[in-house]
Design a protein around this ligand. Structure first.
Ligand code: SAH
Ligand code: DHB
Ligand code: MG
Length: 224
């Protein structure tokens, strides 16, 4: 199996199932024009986030890592009219593109992009006593994933879903001797999950237009 095949299959699936529309296409185009890295979730992955958010009836969604707002649009569209999506982004330039794209998608009333280091913004949300989130999507700097997971546990409720992107590192995640800071971050995440009786998780390896990668999916369990 090759990248070419994975991309061809994603194109087939996009055409028959995903149906990307003008706002999503424009979000990717303006992101590219602004010089942002082309690392947004793929259309099939974006729709997965949308369907998972719909499936749990998410009313409040937290994203760590906005880039140009592509994944935020997919998730924001799963919210009811009085729902809320808060997306955290370090780069003011990325945040500006994300805000414009969310506005273009008609989500300006429900979605907000907060600029700054995610660790600081997460601490602020806890300090402010933010209402718990139903869904958290962690997709920023990978070495900080364990920290973002710990904050997420303080910002969710039993039944919440936490999704972490890019957890496979082209297979390097299975290497116990890796010194790659991203691999170490993800392996630490999985150890924290394994040691925590409050959560249940799995991880899924994926192939597609973005290559070989995967998600970790974590459910905060209701008290037994
Ligand atoms: N979720 C987006 C992709 C995010 S890419 C999508 O699928 O459409 C990762 C983003 O995380 C980048 O925009 C990067 O600037 C941001 N990032 C990196 N380090 C960060 C940090 N410490 N705090 C907040 N955002 C950070
Ligand atoms: C990178 C980051 C991502 O969030 C992603 O989905 C793909 C690649 C990166 O930093 O290279
Ligand atoms: Mg990602």
């Amino acid at each position: 199996m090759t990248q070419q095949q994975w991309t061809a299959v994603d194109e087939y699936l996009n055409g028959v199932l995903v149906g990307e529309d003008a706002a999503l296409t424009a979000a990717l185009q303006t992101s590219e024009k602004a010089g942002l890295p082309q690392i947004a979730v793929s259309p099939t992955q974006g729709k997965l986030l949308n369907l998972l958010a719909l499936g749990i009836g998410a009313r409040r969604i937290l994203e760590v890592g906005s880039l140009g707002g592509y994944s935020a649009i997919w998730m924001g569209r799963a919210l009811p009219a009085d729902g809320r999506l808060i997306s955290l982004e370090l780069s003011p330039a990325h945040a500006a593109v994300a805000r414009a794209n969310l506005h273009e998608a008609g989500l300006e009333k429900v979605a907000e992009v907060r600029t700054g280091r995610a660790a600081d913004s997460l601490a602020e949300l806890v300090d402010d006593g933010a209402e718990p989130f139903d869904l958290v999507f962690i997709d920023a700097d990978k070495p900080s994933i364990p920290e973002y997971f710990e904050w997420s546990l303080r910002l969710t409720h039993p039944g919440s879903l936490i999704i972490v992107d890019n957890v496979i590192r082209s297979g390097a995640v299975a290497d116990p001797d890796s010194t790659d800071p991203s691999v170490l971050g993800i392996r630490r995440l999985h150890e924290l999950i394994a040691a925590n009786p409050q959560v249940e998780a799995t991880a899924i390896q994926t192939v597609g237009s973005k290559g070989y990668d995967g998600f970790t999916l974590i459910r905060v369990m209701p008290a037994a």
